[in-house]
Design a protein. Structure first.
Length: 256
């Protein structure tokens, strides 16, 4: 009974080792933009390396037949200075710039594509302020987290009321410091690709055979006693096969 349990446990372990379960992988690529620009400038920041890495990843996806897309999302954002209308224009066209790179390489159903409508990443700005030593940062965070509305701006345009409040904070000194520290990193577009890899089939085909036979140890001493008779517990269908391999009838025949 114990040998039978061990046999099935071994088969179970081999089956688990022989197959690889699907795993989900999430990858983000980001491209930066100059102030008021929507075209990708390879010489700006690390854009050349970022675009190259993105293209390599797309090539790998096209060649890997085990990849199944779970979803893909695009986003473009602008730094908060400027009107609501202008920032929306910048954010949308920055998103389209990186979207064109991906979609011309991959045939992805539109049902799997998500386009983030936000155009200013207030969460990014808040995180940067919270982790910094910016003077009056508690007041800045309070404004970012507070209520807001669109208020009149130049030429009939609108602007986020939080921008107005931040510009006025302590005579504009805090705003100028934020501009130098953070705004460069708030002008970008990114793509997040989530894919799963199909589980591989087992690298072997399990073969189920007879149970392991048991052999009784000889009695009367290991060296002087004759070998025991009928010491092999075997079944008739396998006896001929065992003898055909040259095993003497008075010696144990191991199967398993």
């Amino acid at each position: 009974m114990q040998l039978r349990k061990l046999y099935f446990m071994a088969i179970f372990v081999l089956l688990c080792v022989g197959s690889v379960f699907a795993q989900e992988v999430r990858r983000e690529s980001r491209i930066g933009f100059r102030v008021n620009r929507i075209n990708i400038d390879p010489s700006f920041l690390r854009n050349r390396e970022s675009v190259k890495a993105l293209q390599q990843h797309l090539d790998e996806i096209k060649q890997d037949t085990t990849v199944e897309f779970a979803g893909i999302s695009f986003r473009g954002v602008a730094s908060p200075e400027g009107s609501e209308e202008w920032n929306r224009y910048l954010a949308k066209n920055r998103r389209l710039a990186i979207e064109r790179i991906v979609m011309r390489e991959l045939d992805i159903p539109d049902s799997l594509v998500k386009r983030d409508p936000s155009h200013i990443s207030w969460s990014d700005l808040r995180e940067k302020v919270a982790e910094s030593n910016l003077n009056h940062k508690d007041e800045v965070i309070e404004i970012i987290d507070g209520d807001w509305r669109l208020v009149p701006y130049h030429n009939g345009r609108k602007i986020d009321s939080r921008v107005v409040a931040l510009r006025r904070l302590h005579g504009g000194k805090v705003w100028r410091e934020m501009f130098k520290r953070y705004f460069l990193d708030l002008r970008y577009a990114n793509v997040v690709m989530t894919a799963s890899y199909k589980p591989l089939t087992p690298f072997f085909t399990p073969v189920f055979g007879p149970y392991l036979t048991t052999v009784e140890p000889p009695t009367g001493g290991l060296l002087n006693s004759p070998p025991p008779q009928n010491s092999v517990a075997s079944s008739a269908p396998f006896e001929d096969k065992c003898h055909s391999l040259g095993t003497a009838s008075n010696q144990p025949c191991y199967r398993g």
